[in-house]
Write a protein that binds this ligand. Structure first.
Ligand code: PLP
Length: 286
């Protein structure tokens, strides 16, 4: 089926959507993005994503091409036009297409580029992988120093994913100065003695919207949470490991660098958090 996508003010068939070859997203990875999940045809944590988008734009001195309300309307239109019940909405804003290649930012009157498209994922919430868990490898984190900004510079995470696949695994956890930063497209956690441990927020990691929601729900459910970094060795000897992201929610990790975590099967805390997160997300989706 041909999707309807959104490009700079217009809803068009995906085959007719066009962006300039001079677009700075294409030439310089000069762009930011968000991925919002859709459950029951509604947007999960739209405001969390809208706020992080605003922050990413501000950090890069990039113009917002639309208000929060306009973005919400575009998201909703795309959900409707494409009949999405479960899936994802990808949004990208770049510093526009000044008409030539130049390292310096273009003049302020060059409009940003705004693109959104849907990804239909029936069964997203019922993903069978959540019952078996995934395997990760560790790789050095050689990304830039502003990982808190959600930019489209995703080549290294993409390489990490390929290294994981080559090793017969599903994802890579990145390591810097001996400590895990995050997964290629998710935040990393371990569970030890009932305590949920995840790296503290800084410029070293993306401030996951799912992370914020899951930690809030965990605390509300009287679970103990500690925000600190951990090593791969500590993760391998933890009771459980898991990751969070808008597209996978809470996903158990059962093996790290060939070593089984806990029993080598998904643990009860990850399973409980996934359940609580999905229940609450469905309730508050808009
Ligand atoms: N960390 C990185 C590097 C990511 O790319 C992502 C999501 O794409 C996350 C963490 C999880 O963030 P969120 O929960 O907002 O999807």
């Amino acid at each position: 089926m041909t999707r309807t996508v959104y490009v700079n003010g217009e809803y068009v068939p995906e085959t007719e959507a066009k962006v300039s070859v001079f677009d700075r997203g294409f030439l310089f990875a000069d762009g930011v993005y968000e991925v919002t999940s859709v459950l029951d045809g509604k947007l999960v944590d739209f405001d969390g994503h809208a706020k992080r988008l605003e922050r990413s734009l501000n950090e890069l001195e990039m113009k917002a091409p639309a208000t929060r309300d306009e973005l919400l309307e575009i998201h909703r239109q795309l959900v409707e036009k494409n009949g999405i019940v479960e899936g994802l909405i990808y949004l990208q804003i770049t510093r526009g297409a000044p008409g030539d290649r130049d390292f310096a930012y273009p003049a302020a009157d060059v409009p940003s580029t705004l693109v959104l498209f849907t990804q239909n994922k029936p069964g997203l919430a019922d993903n069978p992988t959540a019952k078996t868990g995934i395997k990760v490898i560790s790789v050095p984190d050689v990304r830039w120093g502003r990982r808190d900004i959600k930019t489209v510079q995703l080549l290294y995470p993409s390489m990490g994913k390929m290294m994981a696949k080559a090793a017969g695994c599903d994802d890579a956890w990145m390591v810097e100065d001996g400590k895990v930063t995050e997964g290629t497209s998710n935040n990393a956690y371990i569970v030890k003695g009932g305590k949920i441990i995840t790296r503290e927020l800084s410029n070293d990691i993306l401030h996951g919207i799912t992370r914020a929601a899951v930690l809030k729900l965990a605390r509300e459910a009287q679970m103990e949470v500690e925000e600190r970094s951990f090593t791969i060795e500590e993760a391998q000897s933890a009771d459980e490991a898991f990751f969070t992201s808008a597209s996978a929610f809470v996903m158990p990790v059962v093996e790290i660098d060939g070593v089984a975590v806990g029993s080598g099967t998904p643990g009860p805390i990850a399973a409980r958090l996934r359940e609580i997160y999905l229940d609450e997300s469905r309730k508050v989706a808009i």
